[in-house]
Structures are given as structure tokens and as C-alpha cells.
Design a protein around this ligand. Structure first.
Ligand SMILES: [Zn+2]
Length: 529
């Protein structure tokens, strides 16, 4: 796209006008409860409206082709939803081949169903009824990110979750900071806008990457400044981002400790791996951040990470978030699994299906998402994100349950694959080795270890175990032996992979700081596909 079209004056004028409306409205806890209850009551109606307008009324919709192939009319879906509910209708559609997997959804793969092949582009899944200002990218660790539209009506619909989320965590009064990347990642700027939208403007915005590191385009640089200054002109308190690199967590820890001292509390929204860094920096430097709150998601929330956060006396409040869908769930911290979240079933419907993971002798209960929010940037009908986990209805007695959010999700992981020398293993099998076995043996933190998937000039993929120089002396051969030994304990193809990798030297050990894309330190750094 040319810069001239990116700087479309009319779009910016419209954005300024909408921003004024967006920021003028302050959503209270009471309004949040009312709107979410109403959305829960209207979920069937909203779903059918999206299917009718966004799919049957949208000739370019890839879902329409699948539905036509299956001979499924709108009336069929409508009567089944009215009779058996959304989830039963989605299960039936899935059985008839109406679903798309993540690669198809991203337009990276053709859709093949019933002997027919459909070429799709990721924009074919855009919600055709959305006013978008420009495209943003998700901070996906598994890919180069997905193109998503940025729309303030959708932002506002999501903002309604925020008062509730903070109330459940008892953090409504604590000043909020964020340590999240700037554009092109949407995470930082959307956090800034959501908190402002509920009358709790972010006091401090730290960004773990600067614009040069992420090679932000001129459009993104301008858009960021434009949103902040246009927002300020409307009277909103929007702070500018301050670059704090991943090795400077101590700066964030200092801010949290000072804020706690001055105001009696503090919260920080960031990726789980960064929460760990802040807590460790606080502990190592004798800073008191006890009683502070951490909010965030975007990567698996593991027990090891949770332990590190709680060791500093802080609380971790996981969120489940996918940029293309929005806010999927948040924790009430009353339940045994550390990553347990209530599913926001007012805006998303979720079904599961058992599927085999390619090249790995394992099957997972994969999640299939359907959007119910009319402002959703993407139309999603049984979209298989590459996540899986457990879904169950459980009584916990919290405010979220009281409102009608009764389904819980936990043990949420990606089934993205790790490959080396032609042998593939499900990546999450490495997580325990990197987060528990190695730190226990050699010391250091969860974020000091990483498995990097690399491809050389000849297309050979290898795996590199990265150990931060902060960890002391390490015998590299011994580390490899430990990894192989642990892998062999895995029933799912681990023995075979360990056997291959130990022979052909696929696994190397490097002493360097773990790599980060978009500010996260993923335990598994998958090659961009
Ligand atoms: Zn609960």
C-alpha cells in the first residue's frame, strides 16, 4: 500500500471524531454488568444476525462456499439454533465440514472440502460491516502476526469487560501501568484506550520494544502519535510509551514499588514472561511489590510462571486473548488451575473437537471459535485457532458466574509443532523441561531458557537451546543429555525425536539472551512460517 493512501485524511478525521465519542463515555461497573448481561441474553440473536448479514449476505465469504457445498440454508441454522442452541448448531456444522483451521483462516492454505478446493485470502474473513481506520497486527508468537482491522466500536464493546475484570481482582482502585509493545502490535495502544474508556487512564506505559527494533512503518508511527494527541485534545489522559528493554525489568519493578508506596496499590498489564521478570527484579533488589496485581495473557500461563509471581507477593490474573477475536476470558483466581479463565460466552461461542496433530503421535481437544459480537473485526464460524485445552462448567461463586459466565477454560496450550531433522514433536512437551527441569538443575529463571527453532540456508531445521549468560557455568553436553532423557519420558514421539536428535546433533546449546519478538519471551521460539 502506498503512503498516500495510508494517510487518507478522511479516515483520520473520522478517527478523531470517533475517538472523542469513545473517550467521552466512561463505562462504570454497573453499566458493564448491565451490558454484559444483555449480550448474554441476546447471544442467539447476535449470532444469527452475524450469520445472515456477514455470511449469507456477503458473497465473498469463504463460509458461504462451505455452507453451499453442504446444502445448508440460513433457515436450517436458524431453526436449529432456536431449537438446540448455538453450540449444538456449531457441532452439526462442524460435522458437515463447515470450519476453517488457522492456516486457512490466515489465507496460507487452500480450503479443501468435499473434493473441492477454495483459494482464500485472510481479508475474505473480515467483517464487511466494520468501519476500519487501518490494519494492525497481532503479536502472535507462532507467526508473523495476522492482519486485523482496528475499529473503535469493537474497542468499546470490549471495554465493557474491564470494570468487571478489575472488580473481580479487587483492583479497581489501583493505579495501572502497562508494559506492552507499541504499534504495529495492537496490544499497547488498545490497553491504553480500554483503561481510559473505563475512567482509569494508564499512569505509565512502558514498551519492551522500540519503534526501530520492530521496524515500525511511518503509518504506525504517525497513527500512534495521532491517537495520543487527538485523545488528549478530547481531554483524555493518554500517556506516551517509554522504552524499557527486557533486561531492564528493574525499572518497571521500581515504578511498581514506588506507586504502591504512594497510592497503596499498583497493577501492571503485560505478557506473563514479563510479569516474571518484574517480580524477579523486585525480589533481587529488595523492592516491595507485595499486594500488587498483574494482568495479562498472550502466551501460556504456566505453574512455574505463577510461582515466580506469587513469590514476590503479587497476584497473577490471567487473561485469554486472541487479537482476531478479542477478549475471550479472564480469571477469577478461585480455581485450582493457574490459567483458569471464565469464557466470555456473550461474545464468543466455543466448541471442541478431538484432532490429531500432524507428525506427532498425539491428539488434542482443539478449540473452535465463533464470533458473536457484531463489531468483531473478523467473521469467525468454527475457526480452529491452534489452541487446545479443557472446557467445563463449574461452580465458583464469583461475580462473573453470577452474571452468567459459567464455562471455564484451563490448561490452554498451543499445538504448534517443533521440528528438527525431520522429526516433529509437539512443542509444549518442551515447556516443562525449559521451565522446571533446567532451572531446578542450573538455577536462573523461567525466562532464562528458550528453545529456538532455526532454519539454515539449505532449509535444514535445527533446534537451539538458549541459556542466558545470567545462568552460571553449564556443561553443554550434560544439558543435552538431560533434555534427551526428559524427552524420552514423553510417550508422544519423544523417544524417537530424542534418538534422532542426539545422533545427528540437531540440538545445539547457545549462551545468549533469549530472543524476543514483540516483547514476549516465549519458551518456544518457533520459526516464522
Ligand atoms: Zn469465578
Amino acid at each position: 500500500m502506498k503512503i498516500s493512501s495510508l494517510l487518507d485524511g478522511r479516515k483520520y478525521a473520522r478517527l478523531a471524531l470517533d475517538l472523542r465519542g469513545f473517550l467521552r463515555n466512561t463505562i462504570t461497573l454497573e453499566q458493564s454488568k448491565q451490558l454484559l448481561s444483555a449480550r448474554l441474553q441476546n447471544r442467539e440473536k447476535n449470532f444469527l444476525s452475524l450469520v445472515r448479514k456477514g455470511i449469507y449476505g456477503n458473497p465473498g465469504s469463504p463460509y458461504l462456499k462451505l455452507l453451499q457445498l453442504a446444502g445448508c440454508e440460513f433457515g436450517d441454522i436458524e431453526s436449529q439454533v432456536n431449537r438446540d442452541g448455538i453450540e449444538a448448531a456449531l457441532q452439526k456444522l462442524h460435522a458437515e465440514g463447515i470450519y476453517v483451521n488457522w492456516e486457512e483462516f490466515k489465507g496460507k492454505k487452500e480450503i479443501i472440502r468435499g473434493g473441492k478446493t477454495f483459494k482464500v485470502h485472510e481479508r475474505d474473513f473480515d467483517n464487511p460491516f466494520l468501519e476500519s481506520y487501518y490494519q494492525v497486527r497481532s503479536s502472535g508468537t507462532r507467526s508473523a502476526g495476522t492482519r486485523t482491522q482496528f475499529d473503535l466500536r469493537h474497542r468499546s464493546d470490549i471495554s465493557y469487560y474491564y470494570p468487571l475484570v478489575l472488580a473481580v481482582a479487587n483492583a479497581l482502585d489501583a493505579p495501572m501501568g502497562i508494559w506492552m509493545p507499541t504499534l504495529p502490535s495492537i496490544t499497547g495502544i488498545s490497553g491504553l484506550l480500554h483503561y481510559c474508556n473505563i475512567g482509569k487512564p494508564v499512569s505509565k506505559w512502558f514498551t519492551p520494544v522500540d519503534e526501530n527494533q520492530v521496524q515500525a512503518s511511518l503509518k504506525d508511527r504517525l497513527a500512534l502519535r495521532y491517537i495520543i494527541y487527538a485523545g488528549r485534545l478530547s481531554g483524555a489522559k493518554l500517556v506516551k510509551p517509554e522504552y524499557v528493554s527486557l533486561v531492564e525489568a528493574i525499572k518497571v519493578a521500581h515504578w511498581m514499588a514506588d506507586t504502591k508506596k504512594r497510592f497503596g496499590g499498583c497493577s501492571l498489564t503485560c505478557f506473563p514472561s514479563l510479569m516474571v521478570k518484574v517480580c524477579q527484579a523486585a525480589m533481587e533488589n529488595g523492592l516491595d511489590i507485595s499486594g500488587t496485581h498483574f494482568f495479562g495473557g498472550g502466551e501460556p500461563f504456566t505453574e512455574a510462571k505463577c510461582r515466580e509471581i506469587e513469590a514476590a507477593g503479587a497476584t497473577a490474573n490471567p487473561r485469554y486473548w486472541i487479537t482476531e477475536i478479542g477478549f475471550i476470558g479472564c480469571s477469577c483466581r478461585r480455581l485450582p488451575a493457574v490459567d483458569d479463565v471464565h469464557l466470555f460466552s456473550d461474545s464468543v461461542a466455543l466448541i471442541q473437537h478431538q484432532r490429531k496433530v500432524e507428525h506427532a503421535d498425539i491428539s488434542v481437544n482443539a478449540f473452535l471459535f465463533t464470533s458473536l459480537m457484531t463489531s468483531s473485526p473478523k467473521i469467525m464460524l468454527n475457526v480452529e485457532s491452534d489452541d487446545y485445552g479443557v472446557m467445563e462448567t463449574r461452580h465458583c461463586g464469583c461475580l462473573l458466574e453470577e452474571l452468567g459466565f459459567k464455562e471455564h477454560l484451563y490448561n490452554i496450550r498451543s499445538f504448534a509443532k517443533m521440528t528438527g531433522s525431520g522429526m516433529t514433536i509437539i512443542g509444549s512437551d518442551f515447556v516443562r523441561i525449559l521451565e522446571e527441569v533446567l532451572p531446578q538443575k542450573y538455577g536462573g529463571a523461567v525466562t532464562d531458557y528458550q528453545l529456538l527453532e532455526e532454519e539454515d540456508e539449505r532449509g535444514q531445521t535445527s533446534l537451539c537451546l538458549i541459556i542466558s549468560p545470567d545462568v552460571g557455568a553449564v556443561d553443554e553436553n550434560e544439558v543435552k543429555d538431560i533434555v534427551f532423557e526428559e524427552l524420552r519420558r514423553n510417550t508422544y514421539g519423544g523417544k524417537l525425536a530424542a534418538g534422532f536428535w542426539s545422533q545427528v546433533n540437531t540440538l545445539c546449546v547457545k549462551r545468549m539472551h533469549p530472543k524476543s519478538s514483540s516483547g514476549k519471551i516465549a519458551t518456544l521460539h518457533l520459526m516464522k512460517r
